[in-house]
Design a protein around this ligand. Structure first.
Ligand code: FES
Length: 117
């Protein structure tokens, strides 16, 4: 467990991201997650757009920005911050650690992703 987090889930080997820059995962008891590898760093957010529940896994990743495939809202995957209309609510983000080559995603203990907005 890392400071400022509560529950964690093992999402399997880092190799799941080989050849891809993002992958959707749906562990039991968690919201659908979108896990990204960008410049060697791994990030995790909710997969569900906060505007109208589209799956962001069907969108485009541009640098650290995920673009929703439905109405083109953009979010910073590092913080969940919405970058443009029509999204106004942040995307939930999760802390990520890699242990023994496996991705562990941790719920931030304030319950809404935990970034300071
Ligand atoms: S559903 Fe994502 S911007 Fe509307």
């Amino acid at each position: 467990m890392i400071a400022g987090t509560s529950a964690a889930v093992d999402l399997g080997p880092v190799g799941a991201l080989d050849g891809r820059d993002m992958v959707r995962m749906a562990p039991d008891g968690w919201p659908p997650l979108l896990v990204y590898r960008i410049d060697g760093e791994i990030y995790a957010t909710s997969d569900t757009c906060t505007h109208a529940t589209a799956s962001l896994s069907e969108g485009e990743l541009e640098g650290h920005t995920i673009v929703c495939p439905v109405h083109w809202a953009e979010f910073d995957v590092r913080t969940g911050r919405p970058l443009c209309f029509p999204a106004t609510r942040p995307l939930e983000t999760f802390a990520v650690t890699v242990e023994d080559g496996r991705i562990h995603v941790h719920r931030k203990s304030n319950g809404n992703g935990g970034d300071e907005r």
